[in-house]
Design a protein around this ligand. Structure first.
Ligand code: UDP
Length: 485
């Protein structure tokens, strides 16, 4: 064992997540899993995120738990007061990294101390796929890409050129939305135009905005030595088989949070951790403690999605009119547009006081595994989808952008663990779907969600597919490190 540790200590992996909450969350779990294998790990974020992690994620205690895990940061080029929470900001971040990131990253990749060897393997977020592939080539370090989005969306984006060539795309306006896409290998006849990743919407105008071009750029991952995916065989088997025809190595090691939790149980030294950019309001857990079993709908739209005030009101009426208990995350920056000081109608205040609880940010992983939770109204971000799936909680999906449209289709039509509210959300639909998931079709959804949760846990247990795939990744990192040493 000591020999194994010493051997692993000759390898140094640098992880570079995209500068978004979901990406940092999942890559932080991967960083810890690799740290448990005794590699030197550097987790490189932006200065802005680094400060947030220091305040809210307790990375200080993580560094104590994993002395071989170091946090470093670089500038993202935006002023400190910038909220960094809308599409324009992501486009700005993307272009900053592409124009200024190279020297910053190169310097870190080449640095070496007495305690730590030079980086022997770079794991770069696919969001920065071109940059990490270029730098790795120049420095002569192997790069593996990490894809924080779902496999279905990555694959749908990867297949974009074929879809345009075979005239399945572009989407020709609103009336074309229900047309079935037939030529997506591994998901033939499942996906309608409206279920494609949101970046496909408006493609007929040929106005490819900078953010769109980053996601369509997923062919950069062909330059990597492999791709790491936050999924597992029983969930995405057919798509993983397709990916293996194109990519050198496919490591399906998810669900990462469940994977890390399962290793923690067998390793008492480690402590639970989150990578939150905001302070979680833990009072909601106390409130949940006093609610009946599986009686509460958890409502959260992730870290980026914004809603108009009108939309917020439709959700609010739908929730209150459903007469079900709910715990709702309304981030301080979630409601877009002017605050006209409009008062919340008295009937909503009353209904919320009776059956609801609202927080600005929740400890979501803990909330979803709380026994009082019976359903999740989600924006279908990939992390949220996996967290719900692992907890065996049925979903109502209200997708907004990126991979969310295709994730919600898989939830409702492939895995059958919830309902899809895509493109049709008003107070009546919200009320009906809440009652369907929490009452009328509860048994059906609970049964399939719990069956899927069992498969997820199996995949990260010894002998499971993700467990073995992580082992393969570890061996691969060691093998490329030996060549570099
Ligand atoms: N999250 C959280 N508390 C909240 C809302 C979200 O901890 O109140 C976490 C959630 O557990 C997930 C991440 O934020 O890990 C959101 O990532 P996801 O991919 O679901 O959506 P995104 O924010 O990228 O749209």
């Amino acid at each position: 064992m000591a020999e194994e540790e010493a051997a692993a200590g000759r390898h140094h992996v640098l992880l570079l997540p995209g500068p978004m909450q979901g990406n940092v969350n999942s890559m932080m779990k991967l960083a810890q899993l690799l740290a448990l294998h005794h590699f030197h790990i550097t987790f490189l974020t932006t200065d802005f995120i680094h400060r947030r992690l220091h305040r809210f994620a307790d990375i200080h205690s993580l560094s104590q738990t994993y002395p071989n895990l170091e946090f470093k940061s670089i500038s993202d080029g935006l002023p400190d007061h910038h909220p960094r929470s809308n599409n324009n900001a992501f486009a700005d971040l993307y272009s900053f990294f592409n124009s200024h990131g190279k020297p910053l990253l190169t310097e870190i990749l080449l640095s070496k101390t007495a305690a730590k060897p030079k980086v022997t393997c770079l794991i770069g977020d696919g969001f920065l796929g071109g940059l990490t592939a270029d730098v790795a080539d120049e420095v002569g370090i192997p790069v593996i890409h990490f894809r924080a989005i779902s496999v279905s969306s990555f694959w749908a984006l990867f297949c974009a050129p074929n879809l345009f060539e075979s005239n399945e795309l572009p989407i020709r306006g609103e009336e074309d939305m229900d047309r079935i896409i037939t030529a997506l290998p591994g998901m033939e006849n499942i996906i309608r135009c409206r279920d494609l990743p949101s970046f496909y919407r408006g493609t007929e105008s040929n106005q490819v905005d900078p953010l769109k071009s980053t996601v369509f750029d997923c062919h950069q991952t062909l330059r990597a030595r492999g791709v790491i995916l936050n999924t597992f065989e029983d969930l995405d088997g057919p798509l993983l088989s397709q990916m293996r025809l194109k990519f050198l190595r496919v490591f399906a090691v998810g669900p990462l949070h469940a994977h890390l939790n399962s290793r923690r149980v067998s390793d008492a030294k480690t402590t639970p951790s989150t990578a939150s950019f905001w302070e979680a309001d833990r009072s909601c857990l106390t409130w949940l403690d006093s609610q009946p079993l599986q009686s509460v709908l958890y409502v959260s739209f992730g870290s980026i999605t914004t809603v108009t005030r009108e939309r917020l009101m439709e959700f609010w009426y739908g929730l209150v009119n459903s007469k079900k208990r709910f715990l709702w995350v309304i981030r301080p920056d979630m409601v877009a547009g002017e605050d006209n000081g409009d008062r919340v109608p008295a009937e909503l205040e009353e209904g919320t006081k009776e059956r609801g609880f609202i927080v600005g940010w929740a400890p979501q992983e803990e909330v979803l595994t709380h026994k009082a939770i019976g359903g999740f109204l989600t924006h279908s971000g990939w992390n949220s989808t996996l967290e719900s799936l692992v907890a065996g909680v049925p979903m109502i999906c209200w997708p907004c952008f990126a991979d969310q449209q295709i994730n919600s289709r898989f939830v409702s039509e492939v895995w059958k663990i919830g309902l899809d509210m895509k493109d049709l959300c008003d107070r009546h639909v919200v009320e009906k779907m809440v009652n369907d998931v929490m009452v009328h079709r509860r048994e059906e959804f609970l049964k399939s969600a719990q069956a899927m949760a069992t498969l997820a846990h199996k995949s990260v247990s010894p002998g499971g597919s993700s467990y073995s795939s992580l082992q393969d990744l570890v061996e691969y990192i060691k093998s490329v490190g030996r060549k570099n040493n």
